[in-house]
Design a protein around this ligand. Structure first.
Ligand code: MF3
Ligand code: CO
Length: 261
């Protein structure tokens, strides 16, 4: 787990602000009739306008290279959906907009699932519970706590609501690369995992299925879907652990950091 100095923290703060600003702008564009290729292209432009780079584009896992600039996952898609001209958003859909950017040599990563127009009450509840679980996790991102405190707090909120946390993907430390130590699962026991230290920067990101937690891979080799076809939501913030407690860094320029109480 890497501990940052003041100068590094300043750079990381700016990087996370850029990622949050792009996410905000993209979410404002989401509407019935829009296709996810155009939304991704808007993301590409916003990232460029802010002088940053996409940390997803050409991201490599084994021999696979990610072809899009942001991850756009609709309905039963859990994570890593690829924008497509054929994927036209309709009223009642949900879409997870996941933006990770490189700026100043550092990465900021954040995600939010939003409703396209009006959605069914149970789907709306999925979004609210997943966001609530993110904040429950962030509140435990404190000096001396083990990573498992975050994990178990997320899991408790999700399972109390009758939903399931994904096992196959986890949150992560972040810095010069997108995925650093430690892993931050969204399930587990409070006493598990390494202790959090001052100056650690982590991405906490609950991924929640309305049904069972199993996932399957789409034919494109990237998009993860819920195995049972149920709707899936994903919320993520980049957070730094300070002596005063957790501080959310993925806040759009000019906006207040969300309250943690
Ligand atoms: N925010 C995503 C993550 O942390 C970004 C993945 S980049 C991709 O996993 F190329 F894998 F899509
Ligand atoms: Co992430």
């Amino acid at each position: 787990m890497i501990v940052r100095n003041e100068q590094q923290m300043k750079s990381i703060r700016e990087a996370a602000e850029v990622a949050a600003t792009v996410l905000d702008r993209m979410c404002q564009l989401v509407a019935p009739g829009m296709n996810t290729y155009d939304l991704d292209q808007s993301g590409r432009r916003f990232i460029q306008e802010l002088g940053a780079e996409s940390a997803c584009y050409k991201y490599q896992v084994g021999s696979r290279i990610y072809p899009a600039y942001t991850c756009l996952s609709v309905n039963d898609e859990v994570v890593h959906g690829i924008g497509s001209i054929d994927r036209v958003l309709r009223e009642g859909d949900i879409i997870s907009v996941d933006v990770c950017t490189r700026y100043n040599g550092y990465i900021g990563d954040n995600c939010r699932t939003i409703a396209v127009g009006k959605v069914e009450p149970e789907v709306q509840r999925l979004l609210e519970v997943t966001e609530e679980s993110l904040y429950a996790g962030i509140r435990e991102a404190r000096l001396g706590n083990r990573v498992g405190k975050i994990s178990s707090a997320v899991q408790r909120v999700v399972e109390k609501a009758g939903f399931s946390v994904i096992r196959d993907f986890v949150g992560h430390g972040v810095g010069k690369s997108l995925h650093e130590e430690p892993q931050i699962p969204n399930f587990g026991k409070p006493g598990n995992g390494p202790k959090l230290r001052e100056g650690c920067v982590v991405c906490i990101e609950p991924m929640v299925n309305m049904g069972k937690y199993g996932v399957k891979m789409a034919e494109d080799g990237w998009t993860a879907l819920s195995a049972d076809g149920s709707a899936s939501a994903h919320f993520e913030h980049t957070v730094i652990i300070t002596s005063d407690g957790p501080e959310i860094l993925s806040v759009p320029a000019g906006k207040e950091s969300p309250a943690l109480v």
